[in-house]
Design a protein around this ligand. Structure first.
Ligand code: UT7
Length: 348
């Protein structure tokens, strides 16, 4: 029986920096409001044309693959997490496979938003443990900026999110007690519509009465109509307070679940990498668990919430800064739209 180990990791963020003050050019907001409520100072936005969720993922993947001392041709499976794919279909997995000149390997797309990377890691971990694959690329990448409402109407959502990508290469190890110790995944769809982007979608969504007549009246679902852009329903919606309240409960719960599964205690954690949703959420988790500042990594100040990319970007930055060392107990945890949440415990 193998365990999975992270053999290489990398991240990429676009060069375009937008500070909170920059956003005041487009909407009524302030540096003070954004910092006080979220901790965010600035975020990155991809180039509007040319730079995509896939191209950013490729940049992060190149670094992870090189650090794992392997090559794109040797990757035998791809798991790609994103909520902002280049196309509605096919998913970004195949686009990355093509861009990186990989063999005709399996490419799986994961749609679990902020928990996407933890879900992707868990799936990859199972394939390594069973011996089915030996060199899996796991990616989280987001180009949120393509679908944010940068007017005052959308400010409660748009100031939070940023673009970027993170990647890891997962390989088997037989070193006892090393690598991924366990992963834990959960969902509760009761609040699915509290953090969502409804369109394009087949449900008819909010249009239970008098649906728009475009694109094709009698037949056809709800692609995207000019009215939806006009009235804002085309953009993501978020009940921020509902998300916040649930997140601060589920984060500690799923971290506790991972610890107890491995007969470990909170004080055994050397580094907690929480999904970067909001600095106040991270601080709340830290307080609940009683962890010291040096045991919780946050970089939301620089990048905002990059959803599926946030955990691998933070993990990679913490590692690059020497904050994760051989033998350390690292805990990844995430919560987001769905709602979905999860954790992974890793002995580095
Ligand atoms: O990864 C998971 C993704 N999402 C999350 O984790 C989100 C979790 N929730 C949050 O982070 C917080 O709920 C937010 C940061 C989104 C919002 O903070 P809040 O303290 O819950 O504020 P609020 O939505 O209750 O809004 C308070 C006020 C409102 O004005 P009124 O009605 O009190 O006059 C908003 O219109 O702040 C206003 N507001 C803003 N003002 C300036 C909302 N967005 C902005 C803004 N700039 N960007």
């Amino acid at each position: 029986m193998f365990q999975s180990k992270i053999a290489g990791l990398g991240y990429y963020v676009p060069k375009n920096v937008y500070t909170n003050n920059d956003l005041t050019r487009f909407m009524e907001t302030s540096d003070e409001w954004i910092q006080e409520r979220t901790g965010i100072k600035e975020r990155r936005y991809a180039d509007r044309i040319g730079e995509t969720t896939t191209t950013m993922a490729v940049e992060a993947a190149k670094i992870a693959i090189e650090r794992a001392n392997t090559t794109a041709e040797e990757i035998d499976f791809v798991v790609f997490a994103t909520l902002s794919p280049d196309y509605y279909f096919p998913g970004c997995g195949v686009l990355l496979q093509r861009e990186m000149g990989m063999k005709e390997i399996g490419a799986l797309d994961i749609r679990n938003q902020c928990s996407g990377f933890v879900y992707a890691l868990s799936v990859a971990d199972q394939f390594i443990k069973t011996g089915m694959y030996k060199n899996i690329l796991v990616v989280g990448s987001e180009k949120h900026s393509f679908a944010l409402d940068f007017s005052t109407r959308g400010r409660a959502v748009s100031v939070i999110f940023g673009d970027g990508a993170g990647a890891i290469v997962l390989q088997p190890t037989t070193e006892a007690g090393k690598g991924i110790l366990s992963t834990h995944l959960h969902s509760d769809g009761a609040d699915a519509e509290k953090l969502a982007m409804y369109y394009p979608g087949a449900s008819g969504g909010i249009w239970t009465e008098n649906p728009p007549t475009w694109p094709n009246q009698e037949l056809g679902g709800m692609l995207m109509t000019p009215e939806m852009l006009e009235d804002g329903t085309a953009f993501p919606v978020m009940d921020g307070q509902a998300v916040f309240k649930k997140a601060v409960v589920k984060f500690p719960e799923v971290i506790g679940e991972a610890l107890s599964k491995n007969d470990l205690k909170t004080e055994d954690i050397d580094m907690l990498i929480p999904h970067q949703a909001n600095l106040r959420i991270s601080q709340f988790i830290q307080k609940t668990l009683g962890l010291s500042d040096d045991k919780v990594f946050n970089n939301i100040q620089k990048y905002g919430n990059t959803t599926a990319a946030s955990v691998p970007i933070a993990l990679c930055e913490a590692w690059e800064q020497g904050k994760i060392k051989d033998g350390d107990l690292v805990c990844l945890a995430a919560f987001g739209a769905g709602f979905t949440w999860g954790s992974a415990l890793i002995r580095w």
